[in-house]
Design a protein around this ligand. Structure first.
Ligand SMILES: NC(=O)c1ccc[n+]([C@@H]2O[C@H](COP(=O)([O-])OP(=O)(O)OC[C@H]3O[C@@H](n4cnc5c(N)ncnc54)[C@H](OP(=O)(O)O)[C@@H]3O)[C@@H](O)[C@H]2O)c1
Length: 296
């Protein structure tokens, strides 16, 4: 199976290219990657420099020439707070380009798998979100991703994920790990709940979904829910820090306040993916591997 990965030099892209090549990325699990046993992939990873997904002609030429079975789109405008002042830039990559990819895939016989976010939800449900729940994004980034979903066709596969942590990404997890190592303390909110997702585990799930390309929406994240405080506390524990490493604060205490509002509770219900394929490991186990990967 020939897979074209766009945004391949991003956080998830790097892990996905490794996984498709049969390599276990730093922070990955050889055991979990056995879920791909028996599948063979030919991977073509393209960075922003190689293929700008907002350039319709360039995208069409690439698909016509390369003829991938599946395009996994990981290109995105991911600066959540900056998007509040640059909504058009976010819309261009997260919405218009997804429409371009969807149309080009339909025209040249490829299937599209594109990645979206828990930020399409407003966080007011009071329970984890199902694929069938109605989006109501509260930020420019969330709106742009929701608009991208709406530009997909029924045969395209949309994977919503959240709070992604990859050893090679610029993540909150790395900031916490650095503070834990240098003896500093951290303050994190305990009134925002979500689903932590290890980039390497997500990559395995994306590869498996690409094989079937079932179409529709799929929620994929590590098992279990957490607050940002829980994440900081656990990473501190993994670095052997005492109980006072992380202090719980509320969102109202954040100073300055982030430009983009975050959902209060946007953990994803992943039972559809688990029932059809497999569960992702618990988020604590994922972060244990993440920390081991950082140490290496
Ligand atoms: N990170 C999270 O916590 C999180 C949570 C939920 C969902 N997601 C979604 O997961 C997916 C992967 O995210 P990630 O964490 O891997 O993000 P990332 O590290 O920011 O990677 C995104 C990649 O897209 C590339 N890109 C930007 N504009 C492009 C364009 N016009 N054409 C082609 N490539 C372009 C970027 O390249 P340059 O840097 O060179 O511009 C970058 O390599 C995205 O769809 C994101 O929205 C992420």
């Amino acid at each position: 199976m020939k897979i074209l990965v766009t945004g391949a030099s991003g956080q998830v892209g790097r892990d996905l290219v490794d996984v498709l090549d049969g390599v276990v990325p730093a922070g990955g699990s050889a055991e979990f990657q056995k879920n791909l046993s028996g599948f063979e992939f030919q991977v073509l990873g393209v960075s922003h420099h190689d293929l700008d997904v907002t350039d319709e002609e360039h995208v069409e030429n690439a698909l016509q020439r390369l003829k991938p079975d599946v395009v996994i789109n990981l290109s995105a405008y991911t600066a959540v707070d900056l998007a509040e002042s640059q909504p058009e830039a976010a819309e261009l990559v997260n919405a218009a380009a997804v429409g371009i990819l969807s149309k080009a895939c339909a025209a040249y016989g490829s299937r599209l798998l594109t990645v979206s976010t828990d930020y399409v939800f407003d966080g007011n449900k009071g329970d984890s979100y199902l694929e069938t729940d109605q989006p109501n994004p509260q930020s420019a980034y969330g709106r742009s991703k929701w608009h991208g979903e709406q530009l997909c066709s029924a045969s395209d596969t949309i994977v919503r994920t959240s709070w992604v942590m990859g050893v090679r990404g610029k993540t909150v997890g790395k900031v916490i790990a650095d503070r834990a190592k240098t003896g500093e303390r951290v303050r994190f909110v305990d009134d925002q709940m979500g689903s932590v997702t290890c980039a390497s585990d997500l990559a395995v799930a994306l590869a498996r979904l690409a094989v079937d390309s079932p179409g529709g929406i799929w929620h994929v994240a590590n098992s279990g829910s957490a607050t940002w405080f829980d994440v900081a506390d656990w990473i501190g524990e993994l670095y052997g820090r005492e109980d006072d490493f992380a202090t719980a604060i509320s969102t109202a205490d954040l100073s300055p306040q982030p430009a983009a509002p975050r959902p209060t509770r946007s953990d994803l219900n992943t039972s559809k993916f688990a029932a059809s394929y497999f569960s992702l490991p618990d988020w604590r186990e994922g972060l244990l591997r993440f920390v081991e990967g950082l140490r290496r």
